[in-house]
Design a protein around this ligand. Structure first.
Ligand SMILES: O=C(O)[C@H](O)CO
Length: 349
């Protein structure tokens, strides 16, 4: 468009620019709460459908600023650090038609409030499944084979002679892997673990999910049985009022001493004091956490003192390809929502 303007007279150019701004100002206003990866921004820009303002930073927009910026917006594209609650929806006002989150998790959205106001909600399942499953397997192996401890020993002079039981861990071959919350990600994790010669997959959920379970020949069991039988337990459920703190002393106390606990869902599903007790007293063998409460987990948190706890800073979906796909899907969800069309991935409220 710039090239075209350059070939015109200054007056024609001015008229076009003024017209352009007039046209722009009638387009629906959208606020993007974070510098999202380029694919999504390109889609918004090229759509010609919205005018958008963005918090152009890698860090979250301060709440006060956010509340100001959403005023009068028809659409909001957010990430998981922004609470979309009554206060924010009131600040946005009655024009708001669509909220699109660049995440598969939606525990930061007040769904009841959004539903009450007839606001459509988009999210980003599927595009991150492979990436999250891959990281979960990496975290599981790093925890069970004590990789972080091992590199630390090598670097800091702890590596003496070869010793028979030094840095021994637990292997996947012949093991039982449990999945709490069987969805697309749980299936993708199991598919990746199967070649490690896992003996059996078991899972629990609010109800059996035979179509998914059949894909990985997983057996449906109760939560108690899941705790009792799993050598490796992967937490894949969404954070809801029902799952909040579901991984607590009651669960850990039923687990095997050799069990490895892995959480790549949300920190809120775990009672961290109970997990600390379970790890520090040897009730279970290890834990790998990609998510915690709060995030970031303060550096003085007791969980960091434990050698058998591997903590990552919420990076399960962090590949360039996946983050770009998430941003593109979030942009397409938002644009479809604003056009009044079904979103490519819309939450049923
Ligand atoms: O909810 C999500 O999309 C993930 O937690 C981001 O990695």
């Amino acid at each position: 468009m710039l090239v075209m303007w350059c070939s015109r007279t200054a007056l024609g150019r001015l008229q076009r620019i003024t017209g352009f701004h007039r046209a722009m100002s009638t387009l629906p206003k959208v606020y993007v709460t974070r510098k999202v990866p380029p694919d999504g921004l390109d889609i918004l820009r090229k759509s010609g459908q919205v005018q958008f303002e963005m918090w152009d930073s890698d860090d979250p927009v301060p709440r006060v600023e956010l509340l100001k910026k959403v005023k009068g917006c028809e659409g909001i594209l957010c990430v998981l650090t922004e609470k979309i609650d009554t206060q924010l929806l009131n600040a946005a006002g009655p024009n708001l038609k669509a909220v699109s989150t660049m995440s598969v998790g939606f525990d930061h959205l007040s769904l009841d409030e959004l539903k009450k106001r007839g606001i459509r909600v988009g999210y980003t399942p599927d595009v991150l499944t492979d990436c999250v499953a891959e990281l979960t397997v990496a975290l599981l192996l790093a925890t069970s084979r004590r990789l972080i401890e091992a590199t630390h020993e090598a670097k800091t002079g702890g590596w003496g002679t070869w010793r028979t039981l030094w840095l021994c861990g637990h292997e996947l071959a012949n093991s039982t892997v449990g999945i709490l919350g069987l969805g697309r990600i749980g299936v993708a994790i199991a598919e990746r673990l199967k070649p490690f010669k896992v003996k059996k997959f078991i899972y629990t959920d609010v109800a059996p999910r035979p179509e998914l379970a059949n894909m990985i020949e997983a057996e449906y069991v109760s939560l108690d049985e899941l705790a009792k039988q799993s050598d490796f337990l992967a937490i894949c459920c969404a954070l809801t009022p029902e799952t909040h703190g579901i991984c607590n002393w009651n669960l850990f106390s039923k687990m095997k001493k050799n069990a490895i606990f892995i959480n790549t869902s949300r920190g809120g599903v775990v009672n961290q004091e109970d997990l600390y007790e379970a790890l520090s007293t040897g009730l279970i063998a290890g834990a790998g956490l990609d998510v915690t409460t709060p995030e970031p987990l303060p550096t003085h948190h007791p969980l960091y003192t434990l050698k058998n706890c591997v903590i990552l800073p919420h990076i399960a979906s962090a590949s360039y390809m996946t983050r770009n796909s998430m941003s593109a899907l979030a942009a397409n969800n938002l644009l479809a929502g604003l056009r009044g069309e079904p979103m490519p991935k819309e939450l049923k409220l």
